[in-house]
Design a protein around this ligand. Structure first.
Ligand SMILES: [Zn+2]
Length: 338
């Protein structure tokens, strides 16, 4: 995310461009500010980390993620972005929130300030885990590299988040399932409206981010990486997404959104039912059927148990009746004999 307001924990950050390469790190110790512990500095080509010495292993972990992701990011971006990125590892929750006043963490564990080519991550001593750090780091790195490459031009939110989202993760079954519901019920957020995603409730914001990722996926599928490169390049030159769209795809932004909506309906709408995505619908239905079958079996089992209980009671009564009848017969026969 950017440093503007994002109420939810989900998705965004920005980093600024970065070039990976060999790690020729230098570890320095510099005096910390105020009462803070000493701060270490680790540099590598295109990146500078600041952190407390105890977080050095996490720094190496993050650096590894950046080295692995950067070539793909650079290739998809298609523009050079050679600025050095500053990654700060916040040692405490408070330090995380106050390092950049006003910054709102994305996934609760990191944020980026593209204009400063800054990424702030929580120390695993705060989060308790390294899990999710790959997605987080790549997402923020994507933001910073994109902003760096476009040199301060205003980037539409859907494109900014969409690029970061698309680069940071694979989309799973349930991500697509929620999109199917939105497409079928006509509840997609328009690309233009995604600009104010920060004011959305969380479920709507999540949908907006998924749509953004799919808008970038759509560009890559329809126009290829070259198309995305051209779009970024034209956006950098003109500062206008409409002109960039016209230049790269030959359609206005309105036409682009119309085509994208058709793509969404084709891949996630009713027509999808006949296609390869049948499992999206069948799987939940199968789950429901299994649940109904289980409930039915349980109902029958209970009915059987109740019947058995009743039968046992009946049997007991009939035994008692038999006994009473036989007893009466015995008493009567004795009376007769007397
Ligand atoms: Zn983001």
């Amino acid at each position: 995310m950017h440093v503007d307001k994002a109420p939810h924990r989900v998705i965004m950050r920005r980093l600024r461009s970065w070039c990976l390469g060999l790690v020729s790190g230098v570890l320095l110790l510099v005096p910390g500010a105020g009462t803070a512990a000493e701060e270490s500095v680790r540099t590598a080509p295109g990146v500078r980390f600041t952190f407390e010495p105890v977080d050095a292993p996490f720094v190496e972990h993050v650096l590894g993620i950046m080295r692995e992701a950067s070539p793909h990011l650079r290739a998809t971006l298609g523009l050079p972005s050679a600025d050095t990125i500053h990654v700060h590892i916040a040692p405490t929750q408070e330090a995380f929130l106050t390092y950049t006043p006003g910054a709102i963490p994305d996934w609760g564990a990191g944020y980026a300030v593209p204009d400063r080519r800054l990424v702030v991550l929580k120390s695993p001593r705060v989060t308790g885990t390294y899990d999710g750090s790959s997605e987080l780091v790549v997402h923020e790195l994507a933001h910073v590299m994109l902003h760096s490459a476009l040199r301060g031009v205003d980037i539409p939110r859907w494109l900014d988040e969409g690029f970061a989202m698309h680069m940071a993760r694979e989309w799973g079954f349930w991500d697509r399932a929620s999109l199917v519901v939105a497409v079928m019920s006509g509840n997609l957020v328009s690309l233009g409206a995604i600009q104010s995603v920060n004011t959305f409730p969380e479920h709507r914001a999540q949908l907006a981010y998924q749509e953004s990722a799919l808008a970038v996926q759509y560009i890559l599928r329809r126009y290829g990486e070259a198309g995305l490169h051209t779009l970024f390049d034209r956006l950098r030159q003109t500062g206008s997404i409409d002109q960039a769209c016209l230049g790269a795809f030959g359609v206005s932004i309105v036409g682009f959104e119309r085509d994208w909506l058709e793509y969404m309906e084709r891949n996630y709408g009713w027509r999808m039912l006949l296609g390869e995505s049948l499992s999206l619908v069948v799987a939940p239905l199968f789950g429901v059927l299994c649940l109904l079958a289980y409930l039915q079996i349980r109902r029958r089992r209970r009915a059987t148990l109740r019947r058995w209980e009743r039968d046992e009671v009946d049997d007991w009564h009939s035994d008692e009746d038999d006994w009473r009848r036989k007893n009466e017969e015995w008493v009567m026969s004795r009376e007769r004999n007397e």
